[in-house]
Design a protein around this ligand. Structure first.
Ligand SMILES: *[C@@H]1O[C@H](CO)[C@@H](O)[C@H](O)[C@H]1NC(C)=O
Ligand SMILES: *[C@@H]1O[C@H](CO)[C@@H](O)[C@H](O)[C@H]1NC(C)=O
Length: 539
């Protein structure tokens, strides 16, 4: 009997060791398993940490011709066959008609904030305040009221890429300086109509993507190919438009006590060889050309980063231009731009490896201007989006970079998430793995690095129109059946996981180890019983 018992305890111990091996404490153990960097930690977020989820108008609303809504550049772009399988956002998730269901999903998740965007041509069909479509205003009024009635605060993005087509046709879109005032009028109207209820505003979402993919390489609407100059012109307008809207808010609506900023996107640039100063400088150049392009002026000194001014300036001279392709701000504009933020809005999904390499091309090009090559190593984990390889620790690196570069601002992660395939259903374990890994890095940044991250918005509330990929890449916490006219939404495994995370406000003690110990304990008991039975029968 004693011998049997001893054997049993011994086998139990072995099974515990085996189970320990089976349940990794790393999210992507085969690739990222440096203990000091990649081990999951337990702990709670600050009590006032904001949890939210995000969407954007064109990706979910549909109702593209409802009431007097004007066309946006994305209506035009998608109707011109520029999207996967010739798809478009005409119906999308039909949130124009089903917003109450969206609010119910948010309420069930337990998030305290919902980040959505206003479709500019829905409220101003031609983009200008000459004609207001009150039905469009009414839609957002209803949405905001419904959110507040259900205990969810709105965070509103004014520009999430759907520029009124009229402004593109008439002025050339963001390449024109005239849009500074036109955008300001639009922003002013939105503050006036919704300012009492909306306490968080974001002027622009990911202007880097707007300028480079939209005006540089004809990948996104409005589909302009001018890689050497148009992106710089568009960015110049956007920075000034942001600053002007910021001052309008502070001058006319400060009694509402809201906060306003811009949301910037970048991958985290990692030097190929951290011991090579050229590569370190190349990675830094990449960060300055993406995030710094906008952030340096707004969060630092009203002007572009020196490295951008020098790179583009020298290249432009060598290419025979009379002046730099990077426009200059006047001193007055610099004063107007610097400090126009109440927090830092950050979208990030992945990382990129940077290597210094002098560009020998003679064609003016924003990427050539950076004298840098970048890539994602084959061994990194993948997702359904070719550009999106999960690198959890890169987010922590990026948060620290923002902290150090911009004098430790409050940061809201306004988007983070991962795609799964068209035929992926509601059991999305990959998304749970991604969120667990990335959100754990946010906790490390707060606890161990003192980065002031104040909130996290999961992209996205539900599967939606993923730009040129149409409906082929699913980013949602909720599944949407796009073959069904009702566009039913269904909770995914990841939504349940996120809900539990929010309810606990963090990772339970021993989240990595502890949960596993619990599981191991169960496995241990089970195997002991089985082994005891087995041994009893045999002996
Ligand atoms: C509004 O835009 C449409 C084209 O989208 C155009 O036909 C119409 O003339 C514009 N209206 C005004 C008042 O500019
Ligand atoms: C060229 O780069 C150097 C620094 O490397 C800088 O001092 C100079 O101002 C740049 N020239 C232009 C035209 O931007």
């Amino acid at each position: 009997m004693i011998a049997k018992l001893t054997l049993c305890v011994f086998l139990c111990f072995i099974s515990l060791v085996v189970a320990q091996e089976t349940y990794p404490e790393y999210s992507y153990p085969s690739v990222f398993s440096e203990p000091g960097r990649d081990l999951l930690i337990a702990g709670k977020f600050p009590a006032d940490f904001i949890w939210g989820s995000a969407t954007s108008a064109y990706q979910i609303e549909g109702g593209w011709q409802e009431d007097d809504k004007g066309l946006s550049i994305w209506d035009t772009f998608s109707h011109n066959g520029r999207i996967y399988n010739n798809q478009n956002g005409d119906v999308a998730c039909d949130s124009y008609h089903k917003y109450e269901e969206d609010v119910a999903l948010l309420k069930n998740l337990g998030v305290s904030y919902y980040r959505f965007s206003i479709s500019w041509p829905r409220v101003l069909p031609n983009g200008t305040v000459d004609y207001i479509d009150e039905a469009g205003i009414e839609y957002y009024n209803n949405l905001i009221t419904s959110l507040l009635d259900n205990g969810v605060e709105p965070m509103v993005t004014l520009y999430h890429w759907d520029l009124p087509q009229f402004l593109q046709d008439e002025y050339g879109g963001w390449e024109s300086d005239e849009l500074v005032d036109i955008f300001n009028d639009y922003a002013d109207l939105m503050f006036e109509r919704f300012g009492e209820k909306v306490k968080y505003w974001i002027t622009f979402n990911e202007p880097y993507v707007v300028c480079w993919l939209g005006y540089g390489i004809n990948v996104f609407a409005p589909g302009i190919y001018d890689p050497g100059a148009a992106p710089y012109r568009a960015a110049h307008t956007i920075i000034k438009a942001h600053a002007k809207a910021y001052h309008t808010y502070k001058q006319k609506y400060s009694s509402y006590g809201g906060k306003l900023s811009i949301t910037l996107s970048t991958d985290f640039g990692i030097p190929e060889d951290p011991n090579k100063p050229e590569d370190v400088a190349a990675a830094e150049r990449y960060m300055q050309f993406t995030a710094g392009w906008f952030a340096h002026a707004i969060f630092k000194n009203g002007d572009y980063p020196d490295t951008m001014k020098w790179q583009v300036g020298n290249k432009s001279m060598a290419q025979g231009f009379e002046e730099s392709r990077l426009p200059e701000f006047t001193e007055e504009e610099k004063d107007e731009i610097k400090g126009t933020y109440d927090f830092f809005g950050l979208n990030s999904y992945t990382s990129t490896v940077c290597r210094a390499e002098v560009d020998t091309g003679t064609e003016p090009n924003y990427e050539g201007d950076q004298d840098m090559q970048r890539y994602q190593p084959d061994e990194w984990p993948t997702s359904t989006s070719s550009w999106l390889r999960p690198v959890p620790w890169g987010l922590r690196g990026l948060l620290n970079w923002v902290k150090n570069e911009y004098n430790n601002p409050d940061i809201f992660i306004t988007e983070n998430g991962v795609s799964t395939a068209l035929d992926s259903g509601t059991e999305d374990e990959e998304r749970v793995t991604f969120y667990r890994a990335y959100i754990n890095e946010v906790l490390k940044a707060i606890e161990q690095d003192n980065v002031k991250v104040k909130g996290y918005f999961a992209w996205s509330l539900m599967d939606n129109f993923e730009w040129t990929s149409g409906y082929s890449q699913r980013f949602g916490l909720h599944y949407v059946d796009f073959d069904d006219n009702d566009r039913p939404r269904t909770v995914k495994t990841s939504a349940q996981w996120f809900k539990d995370l929010i309810a606990y406000n963090g990772f339970e003690e021993g989240y990595s180890a502890g949960n596993l110990v619990q599981q191991n304990f169960v496995i241990c008991i089970l195997s002991s019983v089985l082994i005891t039975l087995f041994v009893s029968l045999r002996l």
